[in-house]
Design a protein around this ligand. Structure first.
Ligand SMILES: [Zn+2]
Length: 316
């Protein structure tokens, strides 16, 4: 691995961040440009190319030593083809992002969705370091996941494995954005917590949440901590569903470790205590006893670090 380098690109709705790194993950050069999605796919692609050119030049690394490019993007994607199918905050529609980069830089490039990239990042550089089988779950506006099995990311037949936000947890539950009812995302995501609390307040339940113009999961966490009964009730129900989701993952994959990331995981001990309690009730003893459940370790640079990790994993 000595003297070999990779490029990681984190493609987001607001910014494009890229970096050259060595195989230990040390960032040699980094550059960020605004995405400006409103300018269309050609302009955004040009900015991605500009970011890559800039990080190569500023790294002073011989281009021959850069062995791969990893790109993390919101989905849905056709990762096998290197295509972004459609995303809420990017202009790409059925757009092949890998081919133009390969043509421009003559370096193999790999695309994967945010959740898989975050899973690989945690596996190589974060809380999953040293494990062989681990599950990553991100809980923020939506819910996503990634699995590392036998040291490799598991993508499945259509590359959509671990779309756990759309795992049915309550067949009579609320409607999800995907059209199904009772998905994990509609019951336990940050968005769901805010939405359910808002509905309860509108129904007339007495709560300190009634003092807010807008209720998001942040306010629910805050008021639950202060002891508000409605906030606690909404939060515990959501965390119970998250616990069921984690328990189902443990039962399916028997991993050494489950890492929970995303905004909701920052709720701290209340989140992890509740999830562990549910897992203990619902999983076989041998499995819950041997599975650790921990918060994600990578912070603000998680997107770029994950893309670097993807490039490293693909080039091995
Ligand atoms: Zn769904």
């Amino acid at each position: 691995m000595k003297d070999r380098y990779v490029i990681g690109i984190d493609l987001g709705g607001t910014k494009i961040s890229g970096a050259v790194a060595n195989f230990k993950g040390d960032i040699i050069s980094q550059y960020t440009l605004p995405t400006k999605a409103e300018e269309g796919e050609k302009a955004v692609l040009e900015r991605i190319i500009k970011v890559v050119e800039k990080v190569i030049n500023e790294s002073n690394v011989d281009k021959e030593k850069i062995v791969s490019i990893g790109i993390g993007s919101p989905g849905p994607l056709d990762a096998k083809e290197g295509k972004i199918i459609t995303t809420a905050n990017l202009p790409f529609k059925d757009f092949n992002i890998v081919n133009p980069l390969v043509e421009q830089f003559h370096i193999p490039a790999y695309l994967d969705n945010d959740a898989n990239v975050a899973a690989i990042g945690e596996y190589i550089f974060g809380a999953g370091k040293g494990t062989n089988n681990m599950i990553f779950i991100t809980v923020s506006t939506g819910i996503g996941g990634g699995a590392i099995l036998n040291g490799k990311i598991y993508r499945g037949n259509t590359y959509n494995a671990l779309e756990i936000g759309h795992m049915t947890l309550d067949e009579k539950g609320p409607r999800c954005n995907c059209g199904n009812y009772g998905c994990a995302e509609a019951l336990a995501s940050g968005t769901a917590i805010g939405k359910i609390a808002t509905e309860q307040v509108k129904k007339g339940f007495k709560s300190s949440l009634g003092n807010y113009d807008q209720i998001t999961s942040y306010e629910v966490f805050k008021e639950a901590e202060k002891g508000d009964i409605l906030a606690k009730d909404v939060l515990y129900k959501a965390l119970n569903y998250l616990g069921i989701c984690v328990a189902n993952m443990i039962t399916s994959f028997d991993p050494e470790l489950v890492i929970i990331g995303g905004g909701v995981s920052k709720g701290g001990s209340i989140v992890f205590e509740k999830v562990k309690e549910v897992v203990k009730t619902r999983c076989l003893k041998a499995m819950w006893e041997s599975t650790k459940i921990v918060p994600a370790a990578l912070g603000t640079d998680a997107g770029v670090k994950g893309a670097i990790a993807l490039a490293i994993m693909e080039s091995k």
